[in-house]
Structure formats: structure tokens, C-alpha cells
Design a protein around this ligand. Structure first.
Ligand SMILES: Cc1cc2nc3c(=O)[nH]c(=O)nc-3n(C[C@H](O)[C@H](O)[C@H](O)COP(=O)(O)OP(=O)(O)OC[C@H]3O[C@@H](n4cnc5c(N)ncnc54)[C@H](O)[C@@H]3O)c2cc1C
Length: 449
């Protein structure tokens, strides 16, 4: 149930943070009848979280498991079955969206609708008390040093103490719980940091004349990348992302820099010339790429609080839902007495890391390849094109985005040899074919309007 205030003083589990990680964990614990309190600083519908997310079928399959209603979280949001990746004006290539969870499409969900849907469905669970507008200020510990509850308050009200058998931090990348318990960063990549800013636009020109909504990714091979994400209510989120040092060296306010970046790219600006930016700029500097220690005596972390990474591969929400699924299973085993706390949390760490680590490595490699490495023109025009336009890569990449393929295998040497061979073969065929524009990107002036 959703409540305005907390009436009881003790719960089996207290969850801090009520968006994808926290709300899905609460739903799963509710399905098991575990007495759970979930508190969230915001109220719903809230202002959007800083995030403009693509979600794929594998994410929707996890949402099905907790009973989230697709018609509600994706209301007025177009289904998208292909996306396009452009490299400067050298080449472009279309990718199919891989099928998972019975869906052959993806969305750019609007976080206001999405987060409200996840939060509101907590009303269904009798053993879950969901309290918005409540900020956690600290943790309490028992005599043995085990976390045994939280302190927090509604605005302008007195601080309260709630005790619990365990406390879960689902409170995002700047987690209060992680700080309070002293969760250490166990693994970090800070050599491929990016800054990312976005706003929603109306009146954006279609990508081409096919009549469908198409996610459009434009890599300008100068340390920056741009993404058009067709979202709810006819709006398109437009991202400008770049190497942090380069981004921060640009002169002007974030809004001025954002517009300057978009205007500089003909293949981006052609779609925005007649469009209107309808939301304020949002964004993030130096997206974190890290894992924290996920659990300790009486506490656990899930979602971005535990593991965060660059949004380039659009896996953050899936990861948050997955971590919470695994944590719910381990907490249930602990509560039901089949595992002690230490074993349950060691299993949570091992199982989640095994799932998260290959994608983390794959995303770091892709950020390096597509935003950090600035290849010489010959390499970009040819080697990159041979690889990225190959059917093998396209299928593998689409499958990787729905977690059917280990990303590190995508560009492993045997696969590379085959893709390069196929690319060179196609170029040779092209020499003898009348279809001279095979794989070539149209010149700026002939781009679809
Ligand atoms: C620009 C950008 C683009 C992204 N694009 C994608 C994408 O395309 N696809 C994708 O899957 N993911 C994407 N992500 C990642 C995704 O947004 C996150 O991984 C996801 O939101 C993590 O969910 P979470 O529940 O762990 O944390 P959050 O969504 O950050 O929620 C944490 C909640 O905790 C609450 N909270 C914090 N502290 C307290 C406190 N002390 N007391 C009470 N409540 C508190 C906050 O109010 C917040 O509501 C993107 C992220 C960014 C920044």
C-alpha cells in the first residue's frame, strides 16, 4: 500500500529509494509476503530522474515479472524496431532491434510515466508500505555494529527512527546508504569518463521517409556522439555526449555549449533546424563507471548505488531490475531461513557480478572505441565500416543489447577476421556493381528532410 506516513516502527526490510531498483525490489518482496518499508525522497508523479532511457524486450520481461503495465509505462510512446548508427559522413548502418520477452521493439520511456507506474503498483502489495516525500538522513547500528535501521524525516517534520532486520540502499549513484555504511568502491574505470546533456524537442524532422520512429546515433569521431530518442507525446530526446575533458573545455553555459555542439554537426542539425527545444537541459558530468561493495552486516545496495556505468549501451534500468531480482531471491532465502545472512549476501554478490561484469567491460570498450578513440580517416572509413556494417556484427550487437551475447565476444579476433573479410569482399563486389552507394551515407545536401 502507499501511505503518507510511517505508522509502524519495525520492518523486515527497509528500502531507501523508490525508482527502478527500489520499487522493483519492494514489489518482489511484496510477492513473497515480506514486511517491507520503502521510502522515497520524491513524490510521484515526480520531476523526471536525470535519465532518458531506451529500454528493450529483456527489460520489459523483468517488468512483466513484477506486474508493471506496459500500456501505462509506455503510454503514447512509439515502438521502435530498427535504429541507425552514423559515423561522421563516412557511413551509416541500420540495426534491427533484437527480440526478447516476446517483443521485437524498444522504447524511449518517459521517466515521469515510467517511475510513477512502478511506484503506483506498490499499492497492490499488502506487506509493502510505500512512503513518498521522506528523506533518509542516516543509519543506526546495534551493539554488534550491524545496521539495524534508518533515521529520516518528512520535510519540516521531526526526525524519526525506524528499525529493520536489514536496510537496502536503492538510492542511486550518490547513495546516502553507501556513504553511511562506508561501502568501498571495489572496481572503477575513470579513463573513459563522459559528460552527457539532453533536452526534449518537438517538431524534429523525421530521420528518413520510412514513416517510423528511429533512434538515431551520430558519432562525429571527434570525441562526441549524439543520440535522437523518440519518446512519449511526440517528443524526441536529443543527447550530446562527449569526452569529459573536451566537453568541459568548451566555452559557454551548458545550454549554449549544447546548442553549439548540435549546430556543428550537419547530420544532426538538419533534423533540428525547424524544431523547438521544449524542456530545460538536463545532464550529468563524468558518469561514474564503478562497482561498490554490495553488502555488509545488515545492509545491501542495489541499482546505481551498487553499480553504475556509462549509458551508451542503455543497460542501467535492466541492470537495476536484475540486481533487485537477485537481491530479492537472496533476501527471501535469508528470511525463510534457508541461508544465513553472510551466505545470502555472498551469493548476491557472486550472481550479480557474474551478470554485470561482461556488460561493464563491453560498454567501457564501446565508449573507448566510439567516443575516445579518434581513428585516422582511412581506418574510420574502411575498417570501422567493414566491421560495423557486417551482418554478423549487426546481429551480435542487437543480441548484445538484450544480453543474449557476451559483448567481449563481439569483436574477438576470430569474429573480427570474418567481419573484415566480409567487408573487404563487399567492397570488391561494389567495384563491379552498379550500386555504387552500397553502405555509403548520402551527402549532407541529399539527406532525407
Ligand atoms: C543521462 C542518462 C541516460 C541514461 N540512459 C539510459 C538508457 O538509455 N537505458 C537504461 O536502461 N538506463 C539509462 N540510464 C541509467 C538509468 O537511469 C539508471 O541506471 C537507473 O535510473 C538506476 O535506477 P536506480 O533505481 O538504481 O536509481 P535512481 O533512478 O537514481 O533512483 C534513486 C532514487 O533514490 C532516491 N533517494 C536518493 N537518496 C535518498 C534518500 N536519502 N532518501 C530517500 N530517497 C532517496 C532518489 O530520490 C531517487 O528517486 C541513463 C542514465 C543517465 C544519467
Amino acid at each position: 500500500m502507499i501511505a503518507e506516513t510511517i505508522k509502524e516502527t519495525h520492518f523486515d526490510v527497509v528500502i531507501v529509494g523508490g525508482r527502478p531498483a527500489g520499487a522493483s525490489l519492494a514489489a518482489r518482496l511484496g510477492q513473497k509476503g515480506i514486511k517491507t518499508l520503502i521510502v522515497e525522497r520524491a513524490t510521484f508523479p515526480s520531476g523526471a530522474a536525470v535519465s532518458t532511457p531506451f529500454i528493450f524486450g529483456h527489460t520489459m520481461a523483468l517488468l512483466d515479472e513484477i506486474g508493471a503495465n506496459e500500456d501505462e509505462y509506455a503510454e503514447t510512446t512509439p515502438k521502435m524496431r530498427r535504429f541507425v548508427l552514423e559515423f561522421k559522413d563516412y557511413f551509416r548502418t541500420f540495426f534491427p532491434v533484437g527480440t526478447a520477452g516476446g517483443r521485437d521493439y524498444m522504447y524511449t520511456v518517459n521517466r515521469v510515466k515510467f517511475d510513477s507506474c512502478l511506484w503506483n503498483q506498490l499499492e497492490r502489495f499488502e506487506t509493502v508500505t510505500a512512503v513518498p516525500n521522506f528523506a533518509v538522513t542516516g543509519i543506526i547500528k546495534n551493539d554488534q555494529g550491524r545496521v539495524s535501521g534508518i533515521t529520516g524525516r518528512h520535510p519540516q517534520q521531526e526526525e524519526m527512527t525506524i528499525t529493520a532486520d536489514c536496510v537496502v540502499g536503492a538510492d542511486g549513484r550518490y547513495s546516502t546508504i553507501a556513504k553511511e555504511v562506508g561501502a568501498e568502491i571495489t572496481e572503477q574505470r575513470s579513463d573513459v569518463d563522459t559528460d552527457l546533456f539532453y533536452a526534449y524537442w518537438e517538431g524534429v524532422a523525421d530521420y528518413d521517409d520510412q514513416g517510423d520512429a528511429v533512434p538515431h546515433i551520430h558519432t562525429s569521431i571527434d570525441g562526441f556522439s549524439y543520440v535522437f530518442m523518440p519518446s512519449a507525446d511526440g517528443q524526441i530526446s536529443v543527447i550530446a555526449q562527449g569526452q569529459s575533458d573536451l566537453y568541459q573545455a568548451l566555452d559557454g553555459s551548458p545550454q549554449e555549449v549544447y546548442i553549439q555542439l548540435l549546430q556543428k554537426q550537419p547530420h544532426v542539425w538538419r533534423r533540428l533546424k525547424q524544431a523547438k527545444q521544449v524542456t530545460k537541459l538536463s545532464g550529468i558530468r563524468r558518469i561514474g563507471n564503478l562497482f561498490r561493495q554490495p553488502a555488509g552486516p545488515g545492509w545491501a545496495l542495489t541499482g546505481d548505488a551498487y553499480h553504475q556505468k556509462d549509458s551508451l549501451d542503455a543497460q542501467g534500468i535492466y541492470d537495476a531490475l536484475l540486481m533487485s531480482k537477485l537481491l530479492a531471491e537472496e533476501l527471501t532465502a535469508w528470511k525463510q531461513g534457508s541461508k544465513d545472512w553472510e551466505t545470502a549476501m555472498a551469493d548476491y554478490e557472486a550472481r550479480s557480478y557474474a551478470d554485470l561484469k561482461p556488460t561493464f567491460d563491453g560498454t567501457m570498450e564501446r565508449v573507448k572505441r566510439e567516443i575516445y578513440d579518434i581513428p585516422p580517416e582511412f581506418v574510420a572509413k574502411n575498417v570501422l565500416r567493414w566491421v560495423l556494417t557486417s551482418k554478423r556484427y549487426q546481429h551480435g550487437f542487437s543480441q548484445m543489447l538484450i544480453r543474449q551475447v557476451d559483448p567481449t565476444s563481439l569483436l574477438a579476433p576470430p569474429a573480427m577476421v570474418k567481419m573484415l573479410g566480409a567487408g573487404i569482399g563487399t567492397d570488391i563486389k561494389r567495384l563491379f556493381s552498379s550500386d555504387e552507394n552500397l553502405n555509403a551515407m548520402p551527402a549532407v545536401e541529399t539527406m532525407p528532410q
